[in-house]
Design a protein. Structure first.
Length: 427
């Protein structure tokens, strides 16, 4: 039987999905990216060498693996080519033989990026925290049925006419609302043409390939981007991304039937981080938060922005189990907690006078939630060389068991350092 695994971020992104995907990819035939754009970054460390992936699935670091970019991804052709060149310069061989892109994926255009940045600037102190890379406006056009798909690159006259039509509205917004110069079709075509020409050979019917592989008993790994609580429907709206980041998005964003997804692994840090605006009940604006940031290297892979840090929020994690149907947990950065006298886990909230176990669903309700903590003993040992649960300090093992008890599922993968080898696999 075919084994298909979905890797899902169980927090607000940046959980370490890249490392887990890289570690598991060796046992799979194909790695698929199914949503998001170049607003997400996955970092993989292998034998002292670090790779940063944004659009290209991190499984590409394994020679001989085939990787897919699905229809649910929005793709900036210029950014794709820059990433292609950067990774190739690091020695990774990326060709149409090991990377295929769905023709149904939508293309981020220059006007999407300009609109994204202009809107965020106009919000002033009410900024959402967008990366300004055009992801939201591109998804807007997709939903409005005026989007440009990658297949359109193969028909330049069609591409020209669709850009021309889009600019009627985009120029009205850019000039009339945001005071910017109008764009010309010819200039946009000239800007994207070199990139689209390079991308065309990568276009393929990935749905057909996945179906044939599934029939033969092959194994597919789905690499989620961002995190559950940035989901457009189920996240901390409006401080969310523009796509479905939960496990169901792997099916719709790639074209595979949901029942063919056999395992769903939720990635969580041993603590919690968040980038940009939005409520964060367990945030630490003190020395402990600064320590987590410095020890964990908590700065955005793509943006470089410092991440907000706090204690592990098991209420958020419990909701991720429910939304995604998680079958297991992979915990990253347990080593960052080493050296602390005690560690806290948020097990519930007090919200409007009530004790609740799941996040409130009112808009920005999380901002009014007060965390209820369980305090556990910390540990002083450096655990970076631990290769089994038995070699972890007893207090670290107790910390993991507490999280398993709260979530009701096992933690089967424990990361104790950035390198691929610094990982404990529980049987």
């Amino acid at each position: 039987m075919s084994m298909n695994i979905v890797i899902i971020g169980a927090q607000w992104g940046d959980e370490g999905k890249g490392k887990v995907v890289d570690m598991l990819a060796q046992d799979f035939d194909v790695v698929v990216r199914s949503q998001g754009g170049n607003n997400a970054g996955h970092t993989v460390a292998v034998d002292g060498k670090t790779y940063v992936f944004s659009l290209i699935p991190s499984g590409i670091a394994h020679p001989g693996k085939r990787c897919f970019i699905g229809n649910g991804v929005v793709l900036d052709p210029v950014a794709f080519c820059l990433e292609l060149d950067r990774l190739s310069g690091q020695g990774l061989r990326i060709t149409p033989h090991n990377l295929a892109i769905s023709r149904k994926a939508h293309m981020i255009m220059p006007y999407h990026k300009l609109l994204d940045q202009a809107r965020e600037k106009s919000r002033g102190t009410s900024k959402i925290g967008t990366t300004g890379r055009g992801i939201g406006p591109c998804y807007e056009d997709k939903a409005a049925r005026i989007g440009i798909r990658l297949a359109d690159m193969e028909n330049e006259s069609l591409l020209y006419s669709k850009i021309e039509m889009a600019l009627k509205e985009k120029n009205a917004l850019l000039a009339g609302l945001y005071g910017q110069q109008c764009l010309r079709v010819e200039d946009i075509m000239e800007e994207i043409r070199p990139a689209t020409a390079r991308m065309i050979p990568f276009l393929a019917d990935i749905q057909d390939e996945m179906e044939e592989l599934w029939k033969k008993g092959g194994k597919i790994l789905f690499e989620g981007a961002q995190g559950t609580h940035l989901d457009i429907d189920h996240g901390t709206y409006p401080f969310v991304t523009s796509s479905n980041t939960i496990s169901g998005g792997a099916a719709t964003g790639s074209g595979i039937a949901p029942w063919k997804l056999t395992r769903i692994i939720g990635i969580t840090k041993a603590y919690t981080t968040r980038v940009g605006s939005g409520p964060f009940p367990t945030e630490l604006n003190d020395a402990a938060g600064d320590r987590l940031r410095e020890q964990g290297g908590e700065f955005g892979t793509i943006t470089g922005r410092p991440r907000r840090c706090g204690w592990l929020d098991a209420v958020v994690l419990r909701e991720s189990v429910r939304l995604n149907g998680l079958t297991e947990i992979a915990m990253t950065k347990l080593d960052v907690l080493s050296g602390m006298d005690s560690v806290n886990i948020c097990t519930a909230y007090v919200y409007k006078g009530q004790h609740i176990l799941y996040p409130p669903q009112e808009e920005n309700g999380l901002a009014e939630a007060t965390p209820v903590y369980d305090e556990l003993p910390g540990w002083k040992d450096n655990i970076g060389s631990a290769d089994s649960m038995e070699k972890l300090p007893s207090s670290a093992r107790a910390y993991i068991r507490k999280i398993e008890d709260i979530c009701g599922i096992p933690a089967k993968i424990i990361s104790v350092g950035p390198d691929r080898k610094q990982t404990i696999i529980k049987s």
